[in-house]
Design a protein around this ligand. Structure first.
Ligand SMILES: [Zn+2]
Length: 223
């Protein structure tokens, strides 16, 4: 399936096809009502409402209460919060990361015992002592479990998501820096025209620390 927008993609990941239909309707018509979405998507009104309330609860859409002049009563008009999609994804990743850390902590701090039978559960040390090191399920002998591979897998996943979040943050920072530079561009051109001195393209990232260093040096000299 091809998604046209990250907002629609997220909707699909949360709730599947019904959410995708509602999300598309939200993007197609700004400030759309539940009834308008229902007629545009062919979904039942109660399903549309359920999806809308869920998306509202997840802060992916906003609603405004307006009076329907024809009917004489108040209705909600809904709008996609596309700028919140990135935050939503980041929050989800942070939640997963938190769960992974807790799991790793649990694996690190606990000694597990197991009989080696795939259908039987792992048993913690205290419970294993009480069971006289006999499996509660098959009565086989319980041996200490080497959980280093589990921990390794958890650490790998944690690294992966941490890198993911850092990359997303860097990309967002680069995008906003680019947008800022694009806004400043006309002003720079005017200045250039006034001075009539062609300068090499400025690289703001490199210039900032140099300026700071100079300022610091000046401060030190004053002292
Ligand atoms: Zn067993």
């Amino acid at each position: 399936m091809e998604y046209e927008d990250s907002f629609v993609k997220i909707a699909g990941l949360i709730g599947g096809e019904e959410y995708v239909k509602v999300a598309r309707a939200l993007l197609n018509t700004e400030d759309v009502t539940d009834e308008e979405i229902a007629s545009a998507t062919g979904l039942k009104i109660n399903i549309v409402r359920k999806v809308l309330y869920d998306m509202f609860g997840k802060a992916l859409i906003t609603g405004i209460r307006v009076k329907d002049e024809k009917k004489g009563w108040f209705v909600y008009r809904w709008r996609a919060k596309q700028d919140h999609v990135d935050n939503f994804i980041e929050n989800q990743k942070k939640k997963i990361l938190d769960r992974l850390y807790k799991r790793l902590e649990h694996e690190d701090s606990t000694e597990f015992y197991h009989c080696g039978n795939h259908d039987c559960p792992r048993v913690k040390f205290d419970a294993a002592v009480e069971l006289f090191f006999k499996c509660p399920n098959c009565k086989g002998p319980l041996n200490m479990v080497d959980n280093s591979r589990v921990k390794e897998a958890l650490r790998y996943k944690i690294d992966q998501i941490t890198t993911d979040i850092a990359n997303a943050k860097a990309a967002a920072a680069a995008a906003s820096a680019a947008a800022e530079a694009a806004e400043q561009e006309p002003a720079k051109k005017e200045k250039k025209a006034a001075k009539a001195k062609p300068k090499p393209k400025p690289k703001p990232k490199k210039q900032v620390p140099k300026k700071e260093k100079k300022k610091e040096k000046k401060k030190h000299k004053k002292k």
